[in-house]
Design a protein around this ligand. Structure first.
Ligand SMILES: *Cc1c(COP(=O)(O)O)cnc(C)c1O
Length: 404
């Protein structure tokens, strides 16, 4: 029995998997995948229902556990990340919650980059009250990760490149530290692959065990839904995360799964196009007299440029940050002079977005914490979309020309 698979050659390449992996069509032979908006599934008889509830037969039972449209998205994303399993979640944060609930218990220890998404830091800090302690270390200094390892370290958590300064961590080195463990047991390395997506970076190929996604960002790519996923070995997904999903219910809605499923079909060409525009914008920003510094992994001036090019398939990604003259006033003037860029802290949209991290995404930090993290008042982050880059340059020049 079991849920059938799409018939594809075993050596089908990533671009093909991105448009075809999922589930076989229904008896109607639809070419575009269906949205199964149903909360439950009907069984032919009571004995079959009993077997399915007891997990003795693989079938759809209830959409808190699994759903055909969600399964299509999971299979497609797993194929693109190069993992054997994936589980969709209601949001990116729900996938990190799932990770903690599925893998850790009181007394366990986590080592996490201090440069991860703000809500991720908060979530790991909150788990201290359940006896799970987290040490926050430098994004780029591998020695700090090594030094933070303890006999009870079970998980290393990284996100690369970081937001908004695009610092790159060495996934291979972190995998090595995780697998050597801090005591007898080996720890797992989880990587939040939000910024590059599998189109540019496949952390599992560099040794990571689990991949975290906010489907809200590039996977959908058009700013329409909140979604998330954990990718990893199927055995781990089935034994650690599926039971959490059944009992805790941070399930992905079939409609949102369908939107992400469709987004995955164009992920690779979007990431290439948006990264090419981001590189052009970053190079141009470096020549602007009102710009003090540009942060973009695709520029040779980036401290981890060489590592980024190896890990990210030769691409810098689509997020560019830069410091303008005049501190907060200069940054606000630049943002307020734009007519095209959307002023929003979201990213991964086809529409280019612009934000002032010090007063939005990092606004809850104290000024000394922000200084330590390098989030200065003059910093602006642009997540480049599919707008014509010449229009984006002109949009930024409106404000920059007043500062120089
Ligand atoms: C947005 C984001 C998240 C959280 O995702 P949601 O879908 O908003 O819950 C996690 N990690 C990174 C890197 C993000 O950018």
């Amino acid at each position: 029995m079991g849920i059938p698979r799409v018939k594809l050659p075993a050596d089908a390449r990533p671009d093909t998997l991105a448009v075809r992996e999922g589930l076989p069509p229904s008896q109607y032979g639809e070419n575009s995948e269906s949205i199964y908006l149903t909360s439950s599934f009907v069984h032919p008889d009571a004995a079959t229902a009993a077997r399915r509830f007891a997990n003795e037969e693989d079938a759809f039972v209830y959409s808190r556990f699994s759903n055909p449209t969600v399964t299509m998205m999971e299979r497609r994303l797993a194929a693109m990340e190069g993992t054997s399993g994936c589980i969709g979640t209601a949001s990116g944060m729900a996938s990190i919650l799932m990770l903690v609930l599925g893998l850790l218990k009181a007394g366990d220890h986590v080592v996490c980059s201090q440069s991860v998404f703000g809500s991720t830091v908060k979530l790991f800090q909150d788990f201290a009250k359940f006896g799970i302690e987290t040490s926050f270390v430098s994004q780029t200094d591998v020695a700090q990760w090594q030094a933070a390892m303890r006999p009870n370290t079970k998980l290393l958590f990284a996100e690369t490149p970081s937001n908004p300064l695009t610092e790159v961590c060495d996934v291979r080195a972190l995998a090595h530290i995780a697998h050597a463990g801090g005591g007898e047991a080996r720890a797992l390395l989880a990587v939040d692959n939000c910024f590059c997506s599998p189109a540019l970076q496949q952390p599992v190929k560099l040794g990571a065990d689990l991949i975290i996604h906010s489907g809200t960002k590039y996977l959908d790519g058009q700013g329409r839904v909140i979604a998330g996923a954990v990718c990893g070995p199927e055995e781990l997904i089935e034994t650690k995360f599926v039971p959490v999903m059944r009992s805790a219910g941070m399930s992905l809605s079939p409609f949102n799964a369908w939107v992400v499923l469709k987004g995955l079909e164009t992920l690779s060409i979007r990431m290439q196009a948006q990264s090419a525009r981001a590189l052009a914008l970053a190079q141009w920003l470096e020549t602007q007299p009102a710009v003090e510094r540009v942060f973009y992994p695709g520029l040779p001036s980036h401290p981890q440029h060489t590592l980024a090019m190896v890990q990210q398939n030769g691409s810098g990604g689509a997020v560019v940050s830069f410091i303008v003259k005049g501190g907060r006033e200069g940054a606000f003037a630049t943002i307020d002079a734009t007519r095209i860029c959307s002023i929003t802290a979201n990213l991964g949209d086809t529409k280019t977005t612009i934000t002032h991290p010090a007063s939005t995404s990092h606004g809850r930090l104290s000024e000394p914490q922000r200084q330590a993290a390098g989030i200065v008042q003059g910093l602006i982050r642009v997540a480049v979309g599919l707008d014509d880059v010449e229009d984006i340059k002109a949009d930024l020049l409106n404000g920059l020309s007043q500062l120089a």
